[in-house]
Design a protein around this ligand. Structure first.
Ligand code: ASP
Length: 319
């Protein structure tokens, strides 16, 4: 059977490439998504995940992460954890527990220490500087403190037909301490069932969790919808429902993969994702909303180069 791995945003590129190499040499979907997400967590210039993640309103890096095994539906998650180097690995470890599979805050950190997970200060000098700059702008120019967030979410199908997915994020920039988004919530930020498919979401967690959008997308694939139609129907019916209730909807993107290896995407904002398959190395795609569907193009070289330059700019020019 042919394998596939896909991840949200350009930041997933190196991780997805690593996961693809693993899948090509017979690794499981669970191992591939975990390693793909770890690669993003470890790179300090990816500012919304893991080391160097965006601080909360008290200038602390609080991280959320989750893992789901599509064969067994085993699920593990951590939320609002500090000082844990790889939240996704902790989440995966928790997915093997019958009880206590979702830990938050100090409880999750204690468990990580007992289990000898690597601990480190996740607040980099760069992230601290970003916090100072943004705090000043919020005070002086009424800017929203919450702008700036992204989650790495990865889905994979391995050559034996197993599926898995994982997420990791620092959540909203300057969020209230203790705030948890959709990313570690089973069904909202991620869901996998190897009988149907896997899905991950990114965007405003307070919205995504109300529509349980990853579960909804996998359920629709289970009803026979192709991945594009499944993710777009989930997104559209949620947006329609919220608008009908007189509410505003924030940014939402969904990335999913069906059990036969087709990848689908739905979004209401500019979005990028990465995909690799047996017959095609990892490539970045740019997506923009277009009516009820999306426009997709492979990222041009100029875009990729501009991205590389942008993430290395001094914080003064970024935040
Ligand atoms: N969904 C994440 C959260 O709300 C952030 C993001 O994916 O942009 O925490």
């Amino acid at each position: 059977m042919s394998w596939v791995i896909a991840g949200t945003w350009r930041m997933a590129l190196e991780g997805v490439s690593k996961g693809a190499h693993m899948l090509a040499t017979g690794a499981s979907a669970g191992d591939a998504v975990t390693e793909a997400v770890r690669a993003v967590e470890d790179y300090p210039l990816y500012k919304s995940v893991g080391l160097g993640g965006l601080p909360n309103g008290a200038c602390q890096v609080e991280l959320d992460g989750a893992f789901m095994d599509g064969d067994t539906l085993d699920f593990g998650a951590v939320a609002a954890v500090k000082d844990v180097k790889n939240p996704v690995s902790l989440a995966r470890r928790l997915s093997t527990e019958r009880f206590n599979c979702f830990l938050v805050g100090a409880g999750a950190e204690d468990f990580a220490r007992v289990e000898l997970f690597e601990m480190c200060n996740m607040l980099t000098e760069r992230a601290k500087r970003a916090f100072e700059i943004r705090s000043r702008k919020v005070r002086e120019s009424n800017l929203s403190p919450y702008d700036g967030h992204d989650t790495v979410g990865v889905v994979a199908l391995d050559s034996s037909g197993s599926m898995a997915c994982a997420t990791s994020t620092s959540g909203l920039f300057m969020k209230r301490p203790g705030r948890v988004g959709d990313s570690p919530l089973c069904g909202s930020g991620l869901y996998a069932d190897s009988r149907f498919g896997a899905a991950v979401a990114t965007g405003l967690g307070e919205e995504i969790m109300k529509g349980v959008l990853s579960y909804e997308t996998v359920r629709s694939m289970g009803e026979g919808l192709d991945p594009d139609s499944a993710s777009r129907r989930s997104l559209k019916s949620f947006i329609d429902r919220r608008i009908q209730a007189g509410r505003r909807v924030g940014a939402i993107s969904i990335l999913c993969c069906s059990r036969d290896g087709r990848v689908g995407v739905a979004t209401n904002v500019e979005f990028s994702f990465v995909i690799a398959r047996r017959d095609s190395p990892a490539k970045v795609y740019l997506v923009s909303p277009d009516g009820d569907g999306v426009k997709i193009q492979e990222a041009p070289v100029e875009w990729l180069e501009a991205y590389e330059r942008r993430i290395k700019l001094p914080p003064e020019e970024v935040f």
